[in-house]
Design a protein around this ligand. Structure first.
Ligand SMILES: [Zn+2]
Length: 369
């Protein structure tokens, strides 16, 4: 009888466990949760053994602990209405002495990040801090020690060498979409640096080409920033990516989608477009890249890249080796007179009639392919 009782209790416990976390296993093929539960039960046994021996080596191969820590999925956040609730808030993400939505923002960001990359913040050793303007200014002086240690500055992104963690600090005294995009931007820098192997290493910008180099880097970050919002858009009814067809928006596109010299930010929007419209169409052509050609076709067909396509574009950029980035920017810039009009018209054709933009909508969506 006792055994039956115990089994029943176990069965109920298992049911409760899986009912609490049904969507954490979204990415896993059906049936695996059972395997993970078994593995999770085994894990403590391994831990009881004093580590360091050869038996501790297989431990990292057992990833169930990580799997269980998967972030809530965007589908889950949509289902519960949490996502729409958060995105329909029009006040700032953080009001000193008042409301604080930053915890929810991190949950949503991590869900989007996981869907875009298959990684958790822990996988990248990332800490996100969303702070008040006052705290941000206080923290800023401590950041120069990290400046350019991984090629970042602005006090927004810092590397903590001792902790071996990346630390994203951003201000919460702005709209929720702006904060989400801002964190996404810095994650773009992390991805770029991590994948080219300079995340923990200082390096020098090639002299005479600093702005080209920094602009390239900002282009990658911007692609990731916009992809974050477009990914979230796939799961919400709140409009985050469509803009009204007004004279002002048309003028803004013309002002932003051109090449502004002397600033690292001056060409980060246009460089993404140029990479696509200038991509060779024919397999025999020099520099033909089938992945880029496909993205170019997608842009032509849909006027806009999806979140995943933007990540593919950022991967294309990240793969370009450091020494080649400077001349890459020069090459693309030389093609600008040929394509500028086409690019601006394509961006303007995405403006929608009879559309009202919600407060705090991230206008950056307008400027990225
Ligand atoms: Zn940046």
């Amino acid at each position: 009888m006792n055994t039956v009782k115990t089994l029943l209790v176990l069965a109920v416990a298992l049911l409760v466990t899986s009912a609490c976390t049904p969507l954490q296993f979204d990415e896993a093929p059906g049936g695996t949760p059972v395997v993970q539960e078994e593995a999770a039960v085994e894990a403590p046994v391994t831990e009881e053994e004093p580590g360091s021996g050869p038996t501790s080596t297989p431990a990292p191969a057992e990833t169930p602990a990580e799997t269980i820590q998967e972030p809530r999925s965007l589908a889950d956040l949509r289902e519960g209405g949490d996502l729409d609730r958060l995105l329909s808030i029009t006040e700032n993400a953080l009001i000193p002495g008042g409301n604080d939505h930053t915890d929810s923002i991190v949950v949503v960001f991590e869900a989007a990040y996981y869907e875009l990359t298959g990684l958790t913040l822990e996988d990248r050793n990332i800490t996100i801090e969303i702070v008040s303007d006052e705290d941000y200014d206080t923290m800023k002086p401590s950041k120069p020690q990290f400046e350019d240690s991984a090629g970042f500055n602005e006090g927004v992104m810092g590397m903590d060498g001792a902790m071996r963690r990346s630390n994203i600090v951003t201000t919460g005294e702005r709209s929720i979409v702006d904060v989400l995009g801002g964190v996404g931007h810095e994650m773009g820098h992390v991805k770029d640096a991590a994948e080219r192997g300079t995340l923990k290493q200082p390096y020098e910008l090639p002299s005479g080409c600093e702005n080209n180099y920094r602009g390239f880097r900002e282009t990658v970050a911007r692609q990731f920033e916009v992809a974050t919002i477009r990914k979230i858009q796939e799961y919400t009814n709140i409009n985050l990516t469509e803009f009204s067809d007004t004279g002002e928006n048309r003028r803004r596109i013309e002002r932003r989608l051109k090449w502004v010299g002397g600033s690292r930010y001056g060409f980060m929007n246009i460089l993404s477009w140029l990479a696509l419209v200038d991509a060779p169409d024919h397999p025999d052509a020099e520099g033909f890249d089938p992945a880029l050609k496909r993205l170019k076709d997608q842009l032509g067909a849909n006027k806009m890249l999806s979140a995943n396509e933007l990540i593919e574009l950022s991967d294309h950029f990240i793969q370009i080796p450091l020494p080649e980035r400077c001349s890459y920017v020069f090459d693309k810039k030389s093609m600008l007179p040929l394509y500028l009009h086409t690019i601006q018209e394509m961006a303007k054709s995405r403006l929608a009639r009879y559309m009202t933009e919600p407060d705090g909508l991230d206008g950056l969506q307008k400027y990225v392919p």
